[in-house]
Design a protein around this ligand. Structure first.
Ligand code: PMP
Length: 451
């Protein structure tokens, strides 16, 4: 019998709660909805943080998890493999971009990025290029909160106090046409300019010293959704190849169907050397992430030391693999990638119709069921709101009061501040639920921008 609905900031012993007041307790989930202890229902318009692709309490996923728990919950990977981990790896490789032959399991996104960074470094040690010691990544990016992932990430605010502890990474401009494409440039010319900047950074470091370029295929958790301009990633891939530099694409947030193709890089026509996935892989039913690796790297490990020198206790956890396998099977069985495209177009159309002319909406951008709305004080000058207003935080609270969850982003980014809202609803939503989400979002934006 549940007697709590809210726990005050003073009463909780959970550290992340201690620092955030007023969060309700969630006690249930049903399809695209979360249910609070007071019975209030919230439409999960952001899937948490682009996690809950199948919504909550999906019966097929629960059944697969129960069945696996009854058989075997955990066996350490230095002693055993499990049938379910093998099946999941088979499925992921069968659907991976061409040439990617192996999967390395971890427990989440940051771990996936850490593993990818170390895999890339070890690859060059194995093939006799140990002088390669440098990563290049992008500003206004997010790759996780562990030290290696934080170092490649380009969010100045998140990095600031840990800066002295971080490995030295060169950051170049992200692909952010709304802010950075010159009025005289076509999207393609803008993309070429960005790749020119990357090329200069490589030349400064010496191409033979660079391990990898790291980027989110579609940016997520820092500056709203950032979709690449046409041709950008193809040109990045060619540049990397010219210098023997690896391409690590981080699809922890945008991958696993979120943008309408299983991997976001499919739409760009590029194959990375390492691809990180997490959130939508297990859909939030279990903590799981993975790195997909190109066979070139795996061959080098096989011919060299014979192992990847890394590992965590819970990698390939049987119940996590069972959950992820079930999530991925449901997506394939129910044709949900097609559904993401159809429902994504509907969401885009609703957002543009309801917010396209709003005086405080500067940009609406996205792909599939992954959309960002950038808020501005002034549409003409694209001036952001004063960060002291903490508009994104107010929007989150207001939206929750109206019964929707949207993922707000704000705070100082490279000395600038912007308020953004990220939408990533479950793939199983109905059109009526999308209508509800957009209607409540419009009310919230209206309410907080006129405060
Ligand atoms: N990479 C990207 C692109 C992400 O969006 C995130 C999480 N928002 C991470 C890595 C880190 O994942 P996690 O929080 O599971 O460690």
């Amino acid at each position: 019998m549940n007697t709590l609905t809210h726990v005050s900031q003073e009463d909780t012993h959970i550290l992340h709660r201690q620092l955030r007041s007023g969060l309700p307790l969630a006690v249930g989930g049903e399809g695209a909805w979360l249910i609070g202890a007071d019975g209030k229902r919230y439409l999960d318009g952001s899937g948490g943080a682009a996690v809950s692709c199948l919504g909550h309490a999906h019966p097929d996923v629960l059944a697969a998890m129960h069945a696996q728990i009854d058989r075997l919950a955990y066996a350490h990977t230095s002693f055993f493999s499990t049938e379910v981990a093998e099946q999941l790896a088979d499925q992921l490789v069968a659907t991976a971009p061409e040439g990617m032959s192996h999967v390395y399991f971890v427990s989440g996104g940051s771990e996936a990025v850490e593993a990818a960074l170390k895999m890339a470094r070890q690859y060059f040690v194995e093939i006799g290029q140990p002088q390669r010691q440098h990563f290049i990544a992008r500003r206004q990016s997010y790759h996780g909160n562990t030290l290696g992932a934080l170092a490649v990430g380009g969010n100045a605010w998140r990095r600031a106090q840990f800066q002295p502890l971080l490995i030295d990474v060169t950051h170049v401009a992200p692909c952010y046409p709304y802010r950075d494409q010159a009025p005289t440039e076509t999207p393609e010319q803008y993309g070429q300019r960005l790749v020119g900047e990357l090329s200069q950074a490589i030349d400064q470091l010496g191409g033979e010293n660079v391990i990898a370029f790291v980027a989110e295929t579609v940016g997520g958790a820092t500056a709203g959704v950032l979709t690449p301009v046409p041709g950008y990633f193809k040109a990045v891939r060619e540049l990397c190849d010219r210098h023997g530099i690896l391409l690590i694409l981080d699809e922890v947030m945008c991958g696993m169907g979120r943008t309408g193709t299983l991997h976001a890089c499919e739409a760009e026509g590029v194959v990375p050397d390492l691809l990180t996935i997490a959130k939508g892989l297990g859909g939030g039913y279990q903590p799981i992430g993975a790195v997909l690796a190109h066979h070139r790297l795996v061959d080098a490990f096989r011919q060299g030391s014979g192992l990847f020198q890394h590992g965590h206790t819970y990698l390939g956890h049987a119940v996590a693999c069972a959950a992820a396998l079930a999530v991925q099977q449901v997506i394939a069985r129910d044709g949900l990638l097609d559904r993401v495209q159809v429902l994504g177009s509907y969401l885009e159309q609703r957002l543009r119709a309801e917010l396209g002319q709003h005086p405080h909406v500067g940009d609406i951008r996205g792909r599939g069921l992954f959309w960002g709305v950038e808020l501005v004080a002034d549409r003409d000058t694209k001036q952001w709101f004063d960060p002291a207003r903490k508009l994104h935080a107010k929007l989150k609270a207001d939206a929750m009061a109206r019964g929707i969850l949207v993922y707000p982003m704000g705070g100082t980014v490279d000395g600038q501040a912007g308020d953004h809202v990220l939408l990533a609803p479950p793939f199983i939503c109905s059109e009526a639920e999308i209508d509800f989400l957009v209607a409540r979002l419009v009310e919230s934006i209206q309410a907080v921008t006129s405060m």
